[in-house]
Design a protein around this ligand. Structure first.
Ligand code: F0G
Length: 462
């Protein structure tokens, strides 16, 4: 008798054509490696890593269509054919008429900050991102977080924890005046909040507010496709729209976007700066020549621009984004089944472990998330990233540590790279560390670089 099928699974809309062997290591090797890396997973050699969940940035597997595009790279210094193909797709998918390529996302952030910010200005945003805020600060601005309170609470089930709290925004506008706020800095989803999306409704409310106040809006569209997917899944009225339609609609109110192409576009390098403002475009092209390269290559090879152009086409395919987020959800749900504390709802690009809860016997100044990241690596060779007090850096005015409410370990999924079995192994390792958590000692910082200290900071076991 045929069994009744209760649940139908989904699977990735691709098969594997090329494989890259990875090294299996012993615990003794990993203990030595993490000590040499001063308990900072950014300082490990990648060949000592088994499953690399450090980041989804530039670590994606390109499709055969993208690789084929690499072969038609036009490496002319000026006016490369691939630049025009990419520009057309930037118009088509983001709906922005003007475009400057950059070598990666932070280069676009640099240009936007330099062009729009004057010393003494304020930037309001839905939580900080490390490189974004740093460029805003280096241009002379003070960053003010106006995200809703729920975003700082790992347990809150709010479906759009990336939303802006309009009362917080209004308070800032009343305090400093709209003239001192050159633009509202919006990201969707919000990386540091756990990959949490912003809703279309919130974007509409912001648009109305900013129009009245005379404040421009800019969008960090690095993972905007994931945001569009969450809108389709969670927001009323969007279930029948395509990802491409939602993406474009989301960006209509914004004067411009910056994008790290190393994420949604499924390439290994690249960035995008695009705008509707012709005057801004002229200035951006001009500064591009100074910092990046001619405005038709912006620090990229022609072949990279072709891979980006093709990535733009692939990123809006529903089955592709569904499988990407489905894999992250699979990991998160499996961790939950072991009682491991994670940020909920499960985010778009990563699962975030709540290190404050996981290592509740450690004080925040003993760097619980940094510690946990190192412990997971030692257990299994799985590499995650700290997203807590180390990433939050110091207060630009007082010089004290920032003490963020969220003290997290990020397990980030490169697109189209790992299988479900890799996830099972990862979760089992974390479950083992969770079993043994009470024995874990914290860390102290022994070297602190001036900027973005999480990349190169060094630690010692307490
Ligand atoms: N904006 C967001 C939301 C990002 O996540 C990143 C990079 C950037 C901008 C900067 O782009 O790296 O190309 O210069 N995030 C990576 C990560 C590094 O691991 O989350 P980039």
């Amino acid at each position: 008798m045929a069994k009744k099928i209760l649940k139908r699974s989904w699977a990735e809309p691709f098969k594997i054509k090329v494989v890259e062997p990875i090294k299996m290591t012993t615990r003794a090797v990993r203990e030595k490696a993490i000590k040499e890396a001063a308990y900072n997973t950014f300082l490990l050699r990648s060949e000592d890593v088994y499953i690399d969940l450090l980041t989804d940035s530039g670590t994606n597997a390109m499709s055969d269509y993208q690789w084929a595009g690499m072969m038609i790279g036009d490496e002319a210094y000026a006016g490369s054919k691939n630049f025009y193909t990419l520009w057309n797709n930037v118009k088509k998918y983001y709906g922005m008429p003007y475009f400057v390529p950059t070598h990666q996302g932070r280069a676009a952030e640099h240009l936007v900050s330099k062009i729009l910010i004057k010393p003494g200005d304020y930037i309001a945003g839905n939580m900080y991102f490390t490189t974004t805020r740093l460029h805003q600060e280096l241009a002379g601005a003070t960053f003010v977080d106006v995200i809703i309170d729920e975003a700082h609470n790992p347990q809150s089930q709010h479906p759009f924890k990336g939303n802006v709290d309009l009362k917080k925004l209004d308070k800032l506008v009343k305090e400093v005046g709209a003239k001192k706020i050159p633009y509202l800095s919006i990201a969707g989803p919000v990386n540091m909040a756990g990959g949490q999306p912003i809703s279309m409704q919130n974007i509409s409310e912001l648009t109305e507010y900013c129009k009245k106040a005379g404040i421009k809006m800019w969008f960090d569209a690095t993972r905007a496709v994931e945001n569009a997917y969450f809108i389709k899944e969670r927001e009323k009225g969007y279930a029948e729209k395509t990802i491409a339609q939602i993406l474009k609609e989301m960006l209509v109110p914004f004067e411009g976007i910056w994008v790290s192409a190393k994420k949604d576009l499924m390439v290994n390098i690249g960035g995008i700066l695009a705008t509707r403002n012709k005057k801004f475009f002229a200035e951006a092209k001009n500064l591009c020549v100074v910092y990046e390269g001619l405005h038709t290559y912006g620090g990229l090879a022609g072949r990279d621009m072709e891979a980006m152009a093709r990535g733009l086409e692939e990123m809006v395919e529903y089955d592709t984004i569904k499988a990407r987020i489905g894999q992250v959800e699979y990991c998160g749900n499996k961790l939950k089944s072991y009682g491991i504390p994670i940020v909920e709802p499960i985010g778009g690009h990563a699962v975030f472990l709540d290190a404050k809860k996981f290592l509740s016997h450690l004080k925040q100044i003993e760097f619980p998330a940094q510690t946990l990241t190192a412990e997971i690596y030692v257990d299994s060779g799985v590499r995650g990233m700290e997203r807590g007090i180390v990433s939050a850096g110091r207060n630009a005015k007082t010089g004290d540590h920032n003490y963020p409410k969220l003290e997290l370990v990020r397990l980030t999924f490169p697109r189209r790279v790992y299988t479900q079995a890799h996830i099972d192994v990862t979760v089992e390792s974390i479950a083992q560390v969770y079993e043994d958590r009470k024995k874990i000692r914290g860390l102290k910082m022994i070297y602190e670089p001036k900027y973005l200290r999480f990349f190169q900071g060094r630690f010692e076991k307490l």
